[in-house]
Design a protein around this ligand. Structure first.
Ligand code: ADP
Ligand code: MG
Length: 232
């Protein structure tokens, strides 16, 4: 079920003293496709990793689906949050076949192996790769690898899908096609999505809501129309 995201006064200071996020607050309705836009170093990845539980926050609070997953005291690890992630570099396991890369995401759900593989094949078919389950990641093109990563993120049926510049390693042509695919697959998935990009046209093409980050501050948060007509 798609999850509400509530972030209150989130601050993240890395060891060594760099403040990646300062006092960021936002509230996202279930089922929203949120795009985080901002230049390199503005804190986008840090915010996504904080939602996923990969990064511990310094102060503030994060609630997912009404449940506090992080605050000054609580820190739920990634596998205790109902979220999945798609990375810029795909992050597939090189020693596992495509089918097993996708099925791996079901492990913690205690799905039996044979059933997991069958579901992986079904998910691969949905992303247009039904015929490639036996291959290894290094036998695929970049676009195919990113489809595998997407299949792995969606098969777990999590309420939150987090994407960190998933298309930026693909060439321009493929990027536009994959953008449409990602949008329709994620929207079918009954999930809330947070999608990072530094590409404005990508943001406007995908977003229900756009959040603009600048030097760790959320300087704008609204519909694409709002952001377009009154850019911060
Ligand atoms: P973006 O994804 O928007 O490019 P990041 O969230 O990766 O931005 O980084 C935000 C800021 O935090 C940058 O100044 C970056 O140098 C710093 N930063 C990111 N990761 C670390 C880390 N592990 N340790 C120290 N500083 C970091
Ligand atoms: Mg980043």
């Amino acid at each position: 079920m798609a999850e509400r995201i509530t972030v209150e006064s989130l601050t993240k200071v890395y060891p060594g003293g760099s403040t990646a996020l300062s006092d960021v607050s936002l509230d996202v309705d279930p089922g929203t496709f949120l795009v985080l836009l901002g230049p390199s170093g503005s804190g986008k990845t840090t915010l996504l990793r904080s939602l996923a539980g990969i990064e511990k926050i310094t102060s503030g609070r994060i609630a997912l689906g009404g449940r506090t997953v992080a605050d000054g005291k609580v820190h739920l690890p990634p596998d205790k949050r109902d979220a999945s992630m798609v990375f810029q570099d795909f992050a597939l396991w090189p020693h596992l076949r495509v089918r097993d890369n996708v099925a791996f995401a079901l492990r913690r759900r205690h799905v039996a192996r044979a059933q997991g593989r069958q579901r992986a094949d079904e998910m691969l078919a949905r992303v247009g790769l039904g015929h490639l389950g036996d291959r290894y990641p290094n036998e695929l093109s970049g676009g195919e690898q990113q489809r595998v990563a997407l299949a792995r993120a969606l098969i777990g049926d999590t309420g939150l899908v987090l994407c960190d510049e998933p298309l930026s390693n693909l060439d321009a042509d493929l990027r536009e096609r994959m953008r449409v695919e990602i949008s329709s697959l994620v929207r079918q998935a009954d999930a809330t999505a947070v999608y990072i990009t530094h590409d404005q046209s990508e943001a406007f093409a995908l977003a229900d809501v756009i959040g603009v980050l600048e030097r760790g501050n959320l300087v704008q948060f609204g519909t694409p129309e709002d952001v377009y007509t009154a850019p911060a």
